[in-house]
Design a protein around this ligand. Structure first.
Ligand SMILES: NC(=O)c1ccc[n+]([C@@H]2O[C@H](COP(=O)([O-])OP(=O)(O)OC[C@H]3O[C@@H](n4cnc5c(N)ncnc54)[C@H](OP(=O)(O)O)[C@@H]3O)[C@@H](O)[C@H]2O)c1
Length: 287
């Protein structure tokens, strides 16, 4: 069976949808924390089992009969994320998976200023040590990350965030399709992949310009001092640790960590990848 974890999350659910177009539902199994949230997949013939990376015993049952396992990195912050993702990888090997796939990040690096990249780099190292064929999908930075910043800018007319740098903002839909290809087609995306990115990089000034074009209103990019931005975010209701975490994304982007584009994603899915313009239009439409 082809097992996908995190199938009740945004990326995992899209991956299962793309898999259902490629293989019979009976070949697909999902490992989820809450089976009720995956009821629709069960109705369509997908095997749904409980699996929590922090309770590895649950993964034995969830990964039973695994031919390949795609570990969608768990939405956990800090060192616990490495332990959780590693436990899932270990369980996939113990279940006999002949290929283990993992959703890494385009800028995975032990020296990144953005802590999740350090976790991804360490998880990739763990994956390499298993002695099992593997794929680390170096997913581009989600374009959806822009949503809260864009929503605020559309409210106020000002995109006021710290100094940033160019990012190849990439759509979940394209990344999910590439993951489904990697799970089902031999010889594609083996080992650590090139960065799987959209074809352009944009910084927040570019985003403000795009938004101005889309809405016909002037959206002005304002560069805020880091500490001022944290204070403003906390005053606006964001918990301080979340604000400090978000600041590390700006620090990494202005360090050039996400200033990479690569044609592999488009080549893998066989059609042009979504542009940030499309992602921003979607944010504007959803308001
Ligand atoms: N490339 C990027 O720019 C980027 C940005 C942000 C995050 N990420 C990573 O990409 C992953 C998938 O993205 P997404 O958009 O699908 O996020 P998402 O919608 O938040 O989904 C996260 C998934 O992690 C699962 N999860 C959380 N704790 C878990 C645990 N203890 N054991 C097993 N699964 C657990 C969640 O399960 P439930 O459905 O039960 O909650 C959910 O399915 C994220 O988890 C994160 O690691 C990448």
């Amino acid at each position: 069976m082809l097992i996908v974890t995190g199938a009740t999350g945004r990326l995992g659910a899209l991956i299962v949808e793309r898999l259902l177009e490629r293989v019979p539902a009976g070949r697909i199994g999902v490992s989820v924390r809450d089976v009720r949230k995956a009821a629709e997949f069960a109705e369509r013939g997908v095997r749904v089992r409980v699996g929590d990376f922090t309770e590895p015993d649950s993964l034995k049952h969830a990964f039973e009969d695994a031919e390949r396992v795609l570990v969608v990195s768990a939405a956990i912050r800090g060192g616990a994320a490495l332990a959780a993702n590693s436990a899932a990888i270990d369980s996939a090997r113990e279940a006999g998976a002949q290929r283990i796939l993992y959703t890494s990040h385009q800028a995975a690096s032990p020296t990144s200023l953005f802590p999740p990249q350090q976790v991804h780099a360490a998880t990739e190292e763990h994956l390499k040590r298993q002695g099992v064929p593997y794929t680390a999908l170096r997913n581009g930075f989600y374009a959806s990350t822009l949503s809260p910043y864009v929503s605020a800018a559309l409210e106020t007319g000002t995109l006021a965030v710290p100094q940033d740098g160019p990012v190849s903002w990439t759509a979940h839909e394209d990344l999910a399709e590439a993951a489904a290809v990697a799970l089902t087609e031999d010889g594609t995306l083996e080992g650590i992949t090139p960065p799987l990115t959209a074809p352009h990089t944009l910084n927040f000034a570019d985003v403000a310009d795009e938004l101005s074009r889309i809405t016909g209103r002037t959206i002005t990019r304002v560069v805020m001092d880091d500490e001022e931005w944290i204070s403003a975010a906390v005053a606006g209701g964001m918990p301080r640790p979340a604000a400090e975490f978000s600041l590390t994304m700006f620090a990494a982007s202005r360090n050039g960590e996400f200033n990479t584009i690569d044609p592999t994603l488009g080549a893998t899915i066989g059609h042009p990848t979504q542009t940030v313009h499309q992602a921003l239009e979607a944010v504007e439409r959803s308001r």
